[in-house]
Design a protein around this ligand. Structure first.
Ligand SMILES: CC(C)(COP(=O)(O)OP(=O)(O)OC[C@H]1O[C@@H](n2cnc3c(N)ncnc32)[C@H](O)[C@@H]1OP(=O)(O)O)[C@@H](O)C(=O)NCCC(=O)NCCS
Length: 233
């Protein structure tokens, strides 16, 4: 499936998204946060969580999308689904959450704490959209740069981060308790540096060409790469 065939949009994560986000994390990571942690995180003023989602028209709801993608939506039925639809700020049953990214803002440095894309939707450019959107959120929150860590065996993640200017700054030996795997630490150049913005402009042009009219990131793209970001050498 090409990216342009997925009608992907990006917005802040809402409480109603938690079940679908947990499904994505379950298929993406060996360990995951409990639901209560997500609830606390969404109230954390120093955190930003964004989701990539696909609006589902009535036709698409009826057209039986891939089984693993519909499972969380089907679980929305019954009393809990009804309550969620009544009280959630977002009608979660009308959207398929495709990916999630989270950031903690810590003393001028944003730290990506999670990023994952629904397995069936990977390699379509959604991970890249989430990276750009969260870097925009970091800049909006006054952060100078963005850091993260990944498992040393996760070559796909490294490729994604390198594509957006992250550079290795260290290794934490046996950081992950489930298998004692090392963590690699990466960091971007300053978000307002001309070096970073030149690289970002190139990547955004590629993204826009890939998504065409469906490109969902005009705001962040313009803000991060454009004049209103405030240029530094
Ligand atoms: C890492 C992850 C978020 C990437 O999401 P995605 O939507 O598949 O990524 P994209 O399609 O936007 O890929 C962007 C670029 O990243 C690189 N990349 C992503 N996945 C890759 C893989 N499996 N192998 C090699 N390169 C990969 C490529 O450079 C790709 O660009 P290209 O398609 O032009 O070659 C996704 O694989 C995932 O959810 N993995 C499980 C969770 C995880 O490991 N998260 C990272 C924790 S640190």
């Amino acid at each position: 499936m090409r990216a342009a065939q997925t009608h992907c949009k990006i917005r802040p994560m809402a409480l109603g998204d938690i079940p679908q986000v947990m499904d994505i994390e379950r298929e993406s990571f060996p360990t995951m946060w409990p639901q209560t942690t997500y609830r606390k995180e969404l109230k954390n003023k120093l955190a930003r969580y964004l989701v990539a989602y696909e609006p589902l028209s009535d036709d698409m709801n009826a057209a039986a999308p891939p089984e693993e993608a519909t499972a969380p939506l089907q679980r929305e039925r019954g009393l809990s689904g009804l309550l969620r639809r009544l009280f959630s700020p977002v009608a979660a049953t009308q959207e398929r959450i495709l990916g999630v990214v989270g950031l903690w803002c810590m003393m001028g440095e944003g730290h990506i704490v999670t990023i994952a894309v629904r397995e069936a939707y990977r390699r379509q450019g959604i991970g890249e959209l989430l990276v750009v959107a969260i870097m925009d959120a970091a800049q909006e929150a006054g952060q100078d740069g963005v850091t993260l860590e990944y498992r040393i065996s996760n070559h796909g993640a490294r490729k994604l981060y390198e594509k957006y200017g992250f550079m290795q700054v260290g290794v934490r030996a046996r950081y992950y308790s489930d298998n004692q795997e090392d963590a690699v630490l990466m960091s971007t150049p300053p978000l307002r540096s001309s070096k970073f913005r030149t690289l970002l402009s190139e990547r955004l042009a590629e993204q826009q060409a890939r998504w065409g009219d469906e490109y969902p990131l005009d705001g962040p793209a313009a803000k991060l790469a454009g004049a209103d970001a405030g240029l530094q050498p």
